[in-house]
Design a protein around this ligand. Structure first.
Ligand code: ADP
Length: 555
C-alpha cells in the first residue's frame, strides 16, 4: 500500500467497521443475556403462580417435592420474613434470580413463596454465545481486511500506471494501452486522458517549438534583452546582454540583478517601471559594459504568474562615435575651408583697395588667390571622392583590374611632379595579378600614395614600388620612399581625415589631409588592408594587401 491516501482511508474504514461490529456484538450479547434472564424470570413466576395455588401441610414435606417439580429452589418465608422451609437449606445464593409470591395460609396472614434459580447456566450460555459472536466477528474482519487489501492493491496499481502515464506524457513515455481499463471512475479518467493526451502532446510540441524559436530570435539579437521579476531577480537574459556584462552564459535564473549588472542607472529604470507600470526610455552608460552607451527601452511585464519588467538595450556607442565623427568632420571641413576662403577674400579686397595698380605686387596677389582657389578645389574634389566612397559602399559590380596596368597609369600621373621635385620613381619586381574593384578608385589610391611619397621626400630622393603575391594568395603592393618619415606618435593617426603631421608643410605642397583616408577607404572596400612602417628622417613604406587572382609572371 504505497498510496498514503488509501492507507489513511483504509484504516479509517477499518476502524469504523470494527467499532460498528463490536457495537453490534455488545448489543447482541446484552440483549441475548437479558432475554435469557427474562425467560428465566417468566418461568420462575409461572412456576411460583402454580405452586402458590396448592395448599399443603406440612410445609416442610411439601417444599422438596415442589422443588423437584419446578427444578428451582423453593423457600417458604413466614409473614415476618423468616425462613419456614427451604428445599436447599444452607446453600449460599451468590449469583441467582428470585421471585417472591404470596403464599395463602389458611386462617392466618399470607406466607411468602420464593422460587430461586442459579444464574450460572444462563451465564455459561451467555459466555458461549459471546465466544461464537467474537469468532464470527474476527473472521468477518479478517475477510473484510483481505478483500480491502486486494481491492486497494489493484486500485493502487491502476493509479500508479496512470501516474506513470501522466509523468511520461510530455515525452510520450508510456504507450496508450498501458493505461488502466475498467468501467469505474478510474477507467473513465484513463479514457479521457487517452483522448486528451494527443492534444496535450501537440500543445507541448508547439510550445517547445515556439520556445525554441523565441530563444533563437532572442539569442541572435544584437540588442541585449533582460527580464526581471518584481524583486529585481533575473528571469531571463539573452546572450547579447550577458556578453555585454561579461557574465557567464547561461545566466542562472533568479540571480539578483545587481550580481549581473552593477549599474544603478539600469536598476533605477527597472524600479521606476515596476513602480509606475509605465514604459520608459533612457540613454545610459553601463558600468559593466566597458562604458558602452545604451538606449534602454523598458516596459512592465504583466504575466499570468508574476509581475516584472523587461528592458531592451540598444548599443549606441558606435552611433555616438559616428555622430561625433560627423560633427568633427563638419567642424574640420569648415575649418579647412575657412583659411583659403579668408585668404582669397583678403587678397581680393587688397587688390580692390588699390593693390590692382600696385604693379609690383598685383600679380603676386592674384597668384596667391589662384593657389588658394586650387586648394579649395582640391579639398572639394577629395570630399567628393570620400562622399562617393561612403555613399556607394562596397562596389556593387566590381570589375577585374590588372594591378600592373593600374600602377603604370598611376606612375604616369605623378611622373611630372616627381620630375619637378627631383625624385626618382623606381619599380621593383612587379608581379601582376588581378583584383576586384573599380579601376579609377584604385588608381586614385596609388596616385595618393605615390604623391605623398614624392611630396614628403628629399631632393634627389627615390620612390620604389613593388608587387608580389604571397603564399596565402594575397597580393601585396609596397610603396617605399626615402623621405622625411613619420614620427611614431603620428603613425596611427595619419589615416584620419584632415590629419597632417606638419600642417604648414602639407599645405605648402598642396595637401588636403584627406589623401590617406581615401586610400584606406578604397583598400578596405576591396577587402584589403593597409599598414605603414616609417623611420623619421629615413623614409616610409606603405604596404597594401588585396585579395589577388594571379595572371602574369614577374616582369
Ligand atoms: P596630405 O594631403 O596632407 O598628404 P594625407 O592624408 O595624404 O594628406 O596624409 C596625411 C599626412 O601623413 C600628411 O600630411 C603627412 O604628414 C603624412 N604622410 C603621408 N605620407 C607620407 C610619407 N610618404 N612620408 C611622410 N609623411 C607622410
Amino acid at each position: 500500500m504505497r498510496n498514503r491516501i488509501f492507507r489513511r482511508y483504509f484504516w479509517i474504514a477499518f476502524l469504523l467497521f470494527s467499532v460498528t461490529l463490536f457495537a453490534i456484538d455488545s448489543y447482541a450479547i446484552r440483549s441475548s443475556s437479558s432475554s435469557r434472564i427474562e425467560r428465566l424470570r417468566a418461568q420462575l413466576e409461572s412456576d411460583a403462580r402454580i405452586l402458590s395455588g396448592e395448599t399443603v401441610i406440612p410445609i416442610a414435606a411439601w417444599v422438596p417435592v415442589a422443588a423437584a417439580r419446578s427444578c428451582f429452589r423453593v423457600t417458604v418465608l413466614d409473614p415476618q420474613g423468616n425462613i419456614a422451609a427451604d428445599s436447599s437449606p444452607g446453600l449460599e445464593a451468590s449469583d441467582s434470580l428470585s421471585v417472591n409470591t404470596p403464599f395463602p395460609n389458611a386462617g392466618g396472614p399470607s406466607w411468602i413463596l420464593r422460587l430461586t434459580s442459579s444464574l450460572s447456566e444462563a451465564n455459561a450460555s451467555n459466555a458461549a454465545f459471546r465466544m461464537r459472536l467474537l469468532a464470527i466477528t474476527l473472521l468477518s474482519m479478517a475477510l473484510a481486511l483481505g478483500l480491502a487489501i486486494q481491492f486497494m492493491r489493484s486500485y493502487s496499481r491502476r493509479i500508479d500506471r496512470l501516474r506513470t502515464y501522466i509523468e511520461g506524457l510530455p515525452d510520450a513515455g508510456l504507450p496508450d494501452d498501458e493505461l488502466p481499463a475498467g468501467a469505474d471512475e478510474l477507467g473513465s479518467l484513463a479514457l479521457s486522458l487517452r483522448q486528451t493526451a494527443p492534444k496535450i502532446r501537440d500543445l507541448l510540441a508547439k510550445l517547445k517549438l515556439e520556445g525554441a524559436r523565441r530563444e533563437a530570435i532572442l539569442a541572435s539579437m544584437v540588442e541585449g534583452v533582460l527580464a526581471v521579476d518584481k524583486e529585481l531577480r533575473v528571469t531571463f537574459c539573452n546572450q547579447s546582454f550577458a556578453r555585454k556584462m561579461g557574465a557567464r552564459i547561461p545566466v542562472p535564473e533568479g540571480l539578483p540583478l545587481l550580481d549581473l549588472a552593477r549599474d544603478p542607472a539600469l536598476r533605477d529604470i527597472l524600479v521606476t517601471v515596476l513602480k509606475t507600470n509605465q514604459p520608459m526610455e533612457r540613454r545610459i552608460q553601463l558600468r559593466g559594459a566597458q562604458a558602452h552607451s545604451f538606449e534602454v527601452q523598458a516596459a512592465p511585464l504583466a504575466g499570468l504568474l508574476a509581475h516584472g519588467a523587461l528592458a531592451i538595450l540598444h548599443d549606441v556607442t558606435e552611433l555616438e562615435r559616428l555622430e561625433r565623427v560627423r560633427k568633427d568632420f563638419v567642424a574640420n571641413v569648415s575649418h579647412e575651408l575657412r583659411t583659403p576662403l579668408a585668404a582669397i577674400r583678403g587678397y581680393a579686397e587688397t587688390l580692390l583697395d588699390g593693390a590692382l595698380e600696385d604693379l609690383e605686387n598685383n600679380r603676386k596677389f592674384v597668384e596667391i588667390i589662384l593657389s588658394h582657389a586650387i586648394r579649395l578645389n582640391n579639398i572639394a574634389s577629395d570630399l567628393l571622392v570620400i562622399s562617393e566612397l561612403e555613399s556607394n559602399g562596397p562596389a556593387a559590380h566590381p570589375r577585374r583590374i590588372s594591378i600592373r596596368a593600374t600602377i603604370e597609369s598611376a606612375l604616369r600621373t605623378v611622373e611630372s611632379a616627381a620630375r619637378v621635385r627631383g625624385v626618382r620613381l623606381l619599380t621593383g619586381p612587379v608581379e601582376d595579378f588581378e583584383v576586384l574593384g573599380y579601376e579609377i578608385r584604385l588608381e586614385q589610391a596609388f596616385v595618393n600614395l605615390l604623391d605623398n611619397a614624392i611630396k614628403f621626400n628629399r631632393l634627389d630622393g627615390e620612390v620604389r614600388i613593388e608587387t608580389q603575391v604571397g603564399q596565402d594568395g594575397k597580393g601585396v603592393i609596397t610603396i617605399a620612399d626615402s623621405g622625411i618619415g613619420i614620427p611614431s606618435d603620428d603613425v596611427p593617426r595619419i589615416f584620419e581625415r584632415f590629419y597632417r603631421v606638419d600642417k604648414a608643410r602639407s599645405r605648402a605642397v598642396g595637401g588636403t589631409g584627406l589623401g590617406l583616408s581615401i586610400v584606406k577607404h578604397v583598400v578596405e572596400q576591396m577587402g584589403g588592408s593597409i599598414r605603414v612602417e616609417s623611420q623619421l628622417g629615413k623614409g616610409s613604406q606603405f604596404t597594401v594587401t588585396l585579395p589577388a587572382h594571379i595572371t602574369h609572371q614577374v616582369s
